[in-house]
Each structure stands twice: as structure tokens, then as C-alpha cells.
Write a protein that binds this ligand. Structure first.
Ligand code: HEM
Ligand code: SF4
Length: 553
């Protein structure tokens, strides 16, 4: 894990002091509202429906037990006793008092955390695979590359006022994508070329919101040392040509669409040729410096699938189910990757209480080398658990409500904060998630259905990624009433696709029944162990439409 040096720490401390001054002057009436707005946004503070929201950065989702305890203490002392893990690996507080934000930021800085660049039109948190560094199928550990991007982008003077926010995601597993790189402004796939050299396949112009677009390839292979200069070139072109007259047309996806990816590529290449051998070209020493923070821990030599684990699974069906669903293979023999679920029935997806956060910190220290990861699906991961201790860990996780064995299943939903918090919402999201959790809580049925992504957004802004849900739910407003529109066939993975709208929207009460009809249709249509997405792609949209709305005459 990257550990701050004295410069990082000083930078952060000074930023907190600076913001404290700005806040004091704002409260004194010396800084007008409109001038304070960009200052608070630069420090991760939104003002939403009822209270401010503070978004705290978790670089590429990696943090430690001490940081988790600090988040818990903030939830307890400054919020309503809980926090919310978001789809971009960050964490949010929904109820801090504005005037207390400098104190919160100071507490965060004491454990090397901050809210810098978590909002505003700048380069946001770079995200990656939550299994980075421990999954056997990755080409290399993507986290050092994310860290390099973090160090380059944080406080980058040229990119502090882009036309809109800018999101980069990195993936290093061939054929699998847990970071949704195709729906990011820039998606980076770490690849090897035919000569076996390490580099990147770069996608550009993906994104959701009111114009959802899958990113296009702008470069099939970029050498390892050219990462930053090439990113620089893309973002410069965006900074120069991106629209600033209309917020809804300002993302890079609109520029790429307007220019065409070939023209975009020409512009970027021309810019890149000018700067590619400049001071941002990565040297081996710099790559080594950052990589040295992500070394393989001192794993023990352990037996794979030990007898004690097999025995526990044989004796305890609930444990066996959790292992099958929430535990993933680790590259090191005798170890496992454990997913802690934040999708308990009756809980808003991604929400976690201060007590649970403390418990997770304890679990991380006791079972997983003190580290935690947050995931795009709004769950948490303990990445280095000895298989022989899984049963013990499961019991503790279960007693803290963190072991719902549904990872990747219907009720492991992504859900935006929606109308309960967000001023932009057309409809609430959380009650829909809850109604679906309550209706579909039969574990046998959920396991029989297999992997399904159900994503919910409360409006077109698509924070809940509904376009890339196999089943997407979008809150819409009809003459002041809340309704929900369904789309099917979306997918955020390696073969990403955007969902297609099923038909007219439904009232909230009808939603569980509508989802039931869609699921019944899938069960009736599926063959040979197909997933929901495979069945949808094979059987086609009309079959599902008719199952929900009846046959058209
Ligand atoms: C106060 C209102 C809002 C709330 C509470 C909210 C909440 C969220 C959350 C929790 C995330 C994941 C964030 C992260 O970790 O970086 C997110 C992402 C996102 N937000 Fe929002 N958001 C709000 C306003 C907006 C607005 C105004 C837009 C667009 C105009 C927007 C568009 C998106 C999109 C498109 C994503 C994710 C998909 C992507 O990155 O392309 N949100 N939002
Ligand atoms: S999708 Fe809409 S309702 Fe949901 S958090 Fe984003 S802006 Fe708010």
C-alpha cells in the first residue's frame, strides 16, 4: 500500500488549513456563496437535499484498518452513525454539518486520507479491480499504475478546471473487467503486445448519464513509459475542445462523438508527439519507486483447500454457501479473497454503520494483513485470508451482518442515493432496492437464478449505472409522481453493452411484480445453464417485453 512521504503529508495539512480559513471567511459572510461553491467542491463537499455530502477519496479502493476506524469515528461524531460506499470505490457521509467539515478533513488527514478532487471538474479517483494484486489471472498488479496516475493528477494545475469531471479506470485482467473501464472517460487495459512488452490499450469517451456511450479504442498499444504523456495529450485535447457552454454536453464522450474517434486520435497523436519525450515520460526508476509500495506480502506456505475447511463446509451448509458465493480464489496457495457484503436485507446498498466499520477494521487486522478494499459493486473485500481461518472469519462477519451470501446475485444491487438524499432525483431508489430485497430473499431461488446485475438510478444522471445493469431501473418523473422505467441487457463488464428500454414505466408498488415477471421469463427461456444476460441476448428483447406487458395485437 502506498504510504505518504513528508511532502504528501505537508500538502494535505496545508490544504486542510487553507480550507479551514476559507470556511471561516464564508461563515463570516466575507466570501459570497458563489465564490465558496468551487472552494467546497474542491474539498469534496456537495450540498444536497437535506444536508451537505462529503465524499472521501479511497485511491483505487485500497485502505487500511486504521483508516476504517477513523471513518467510523467520523460517522459517529459528525454524521448519523453510518457511511455509504459508492460505485467509484469512494466513501460518502450524507449528514455532516458544513461548518464541521474542516474538522473532519483534519481527522482524515491524520490517517492519510482526504476529499481532494472527489468533486468538481477535475480528474477524479482512478478506480481498478478490487482483486488487484491477489487474483491469479491478472497480467500485472494495476495498482502502481493507478498510484502513478493519482500522483500526477492530484493538484495538476492544468487540469483543475476541465469542461466536466473526468474519470479514469484501469483493468489488468484479460477478458474480465471489474472496473467498468468501457464506461469511463478513459479506460486503460494493461496488455502485452506480440513482443511480450507491457503497455496499455486505451479507450476513450465512455460514460453513462443522459448520453450513455461505450468507450472507443484510441490506441491499441501504448508503451509502459508513455502512460502520463499520453493521458496528458488526451486531456489537453479535451480541455481545449470540450464544450463549456452546456453542462450536459461537456463530457469527453460528447467531444469524441462530435469529432469521431479517428479525428480525436489525430489530434491526440499530434499533441502527444510534441510532449512524449518530455519530463512526464516515466523512467524505470519512477516505475520501480511506485511499484515498491505494492510488494507481495510475506505469505506463509499453506496447504490448499485444507481438511478443516472441507469439514466445515460439509457440516455447515450456510457456510458452504457463503464460501461458494462470496469467497474467490487467491493467487497464493492456501489463501482466499473474501467479499464482505454491504447488501443486507433492509439496508440501503453500500451503507455501513460505525459499529460495522469498527468490526471490519478488526476483521482486517485479525484475518487479512490489515487491509481492506472497496468495490464498484458497493461491497468490501478482505484480500488475504488464510483458508483455514475462513470459518472463524465467516462467523464473525455473519454476527456483524456482513456475510449475506449473495455476491453477484439479484439482491447484490448497485443503487444510487436517489430521492432520499439527492436534490436531483426524479424518484427514490432505496425503497425500490429494499422492496426487491424483501420480495426476493429466498436464497435457494437467488442461487438458482445465478449472476444478475440489477442497477438502480433515481434519475438520468445514472450514478447507479442503470444502463449497464442486466436489469436497469431508472426513476422518472411523471407529472410530479415517481415512476420507474426498466431496461434490459446492459452489462458493465469486458463485453460491455447498454441496456434497452423495455416499455412504459411503472409505479413503485408494481416494481417487485415486474421484476418477478422478468425473472420468470428468464427461467422459462434459459437453456444449458445460461446466465440471465446470455438468455436475454439469445432470446431477444421482445420475449421479455411480452412477458411483462403482454403480447401486442
Ligand atoms: C447531490 C447529488 C448527487 C449525488 C448524491 C450523487 C451521487 C453519486 C455517487 C455516490 C456516485 C459514485 C461517486 C464516486 O464515488 O465518485 C456518483 C457517480 C456518478 N454521478 Fe452522481 N451524484 C449526484 C449528482 C450527479 C450529477 C449532477 C450528475 C450529472 C450531471 C451525476 C452523474 C453521475 C454519474 C454519471 C456517475 C457515475 C457514472 C460515471 O462516472 O459516468 N451525479 N454519483
Ligand atoms: S442518479 Fe440522479 S438521483 Fe441518483 S444520486 Fe445520481 S443524481 Fe441523484
Amino acid at each position: 500500500m502506498y504510504v505518504y512521504d513528508q511532502y504528501d503529508q505537508q500538502l494535505l495539512n496545508e490544504r486542510v488549513a487553507q480550507f479551514r480559513g476559507q470556511m471561516a471567511r464564508y461563515l463570516d459572510g466575507k466570501i459570497p456563496e458563489e465564490e465558496f461553491l468551487p472552494l467546497r467542491l474542491q474539498n469534496g463537499i456537495y450540498v444536497q437535499r437535506y444536508a451537505p455530502m462529503l465524499r472521501v477519496a479511497i485511491p483505487y479502493g485500497l485502505f487500511n484498518a486504521k483508516q476504517m476506524r477513523t471513518l467510523a469515528s467520523i460517522a459517529r461524531d459528525y454524521d448519523k452513525g453510518y457511511a455509504h460506499f459508492s460505485t467509484r470505490q469512494n466513501v460518502q457521509f450524507n449528514w455532516p454539518a458544513l461548518e464541521q467539515c474542516p474538522d473532519i478533513l483534519e481527522r482524515l488527514a491524520s490517517v492519510q486520507m482526504h476529499a481532494v478532487q472527489t468533486s468538481g471538474n477535475c480528474i477524479r479517483n482512478t478506480t481498478t479491480d478490487e482483486f488487484a494484486g491477489v487474483t491469479a489471472d491478472e497480467l500485472v498488479d494495476p495498482r502502481p499504475y493507478c498510484e502513478i496516475i493519482r500522483q500526477w493528477s492530484t493538484f495538476h494545475p492544468e487540469f483543475a478546471y476541465l469542461p466536466r469531471k473526468f474519470k479514469i479506470a484501469v483493468n489488468a485482467v484479460p477478458g474480465v473487467d471489474r472496473a467498468a473501464v468501457k464506461v469511463h472517460d478513459i479506460g486503460i487495459n494493461i496488455v502485452r503486445n506480440e513482443q511480450g512488452e507491457l503497455g496499455y490499450r486505451i479507450l476513450v469517451g465512455g460514460g453513462l448519464g443522459r448520453t450513455p456511450i461505450i468507450g472507443s479504442e484510441i490506441r491499441s498499444f501504448l508503451p509502459e513509459e508513455d502512460l502520463l504523456t499520453y493521458l496528458d495529450a488526451i486531456i489537453r485535447i479535451y480541455n481545449q475542445f470540450g464544450r463549456r457552454d452546456n453542462k450536459y454536453k461537456a463530457r469527453i464522450k460528447i467531444l469524441v462523438k462530435a469529432l469521431g474517434v479517428e479525428r480525436m486520435q489525430e489530434l491526440v497523436e499530434a499533441e502527444w508527439q510534441r510532449i512524449k519525450d518530455g519530463e512526464d515520460k516515466l523512467t524505470q526508476a519512477e516505475l520501480d519507486r511506485v511499484k515498491s509500495h505494492f510488494t507481495t506480502p510475506n505469505y506463509q506456505t499453506l496447504e490448499s483447500n485444507p481438511a478443516s475447511l472441507q469439514q466445515a463446509q460439509a457440516q455447515d451448509a450456510a457456510f458452504a454457501r457463503w464460501v461458494q458465493r462470496n469467497v474467490r480464489p487467491h493467487k497464493q496457495a492456501g489463501y482466499a479473497i473474501v467479499n464482505l457484503s454491504l447488501k443486507q436485507k433492509g439496508n440501503a446498498p453500500g451503507d455501513v454503520t460505525a459499529e460495522q466499520m469498527d468490526a471490519i477494521a478488526d476483521l482486517a487486522e485479525e484475518f487479512s494483513l490489515g487491509e481492506i478494499r472497496s468495490t464498484h459493486q458497493q461491497n468490501l473485500v478482505l484480500a488475504d485470508v488464510e483458508q483455514q481461518r475462513l470459518y472463524e472469519l465467516w462467523q464473525q462477519a455473519k454476527s456483524n451482518g456482513l456475510a449475506t451470501p449473495t455476491l453477484g446475485l439479484l439482491t447484490d444491487m448497485i443503487c444510487c442515493p436517489g430521492g432520499d438524499f439527492c436534490a436531483l432525483a426524479n424518484a427514490k431508489s432505496i425503497p425500490v432496492a429494499e422492496a426487491i430485497q424483501v420480495r426476493f430473499d429466498d436464497l435457494d431461488y437467488l442461487h438458482d437464478l445465478g449472476e444478475i446485475d440489477l442497477n438502480i438510478s433515481g434519475c438520468m444522471n445514472a450514478c447507479g449505472h442503470h444502463h449497464v445493469g442486466n436489469i436497469g431501473v431508472l426513476g422518472v418523473d411523471k407529472k410530479g409522481e415517481e415512476f420507474y422505467q426498466i431496461s434490459l441487457g446492459g452489462n458493465g463488464g469486458d463485453d460491455a453493452s447498454l441496456g434497452k428500454i423495455l416499455g412504459p414505466s411503472f409505479a413503485r408498488d408494481a416494481m417487485p411484480d415486474v421484476i418477478a415477471k422478468i425473472l420468470d421469463c428468464y427461467v422459462a427461456q434459459r437453456i444449458d445453464g445460461e446466465t440471465f444476460l446470455e438468455t436475454y441476448r439469445r432470446a431477444g428483447h421482445t420475449v421479455f417485453k411480452e412477458a411483462v406487458y403482454g403480447k401486442a395485437d
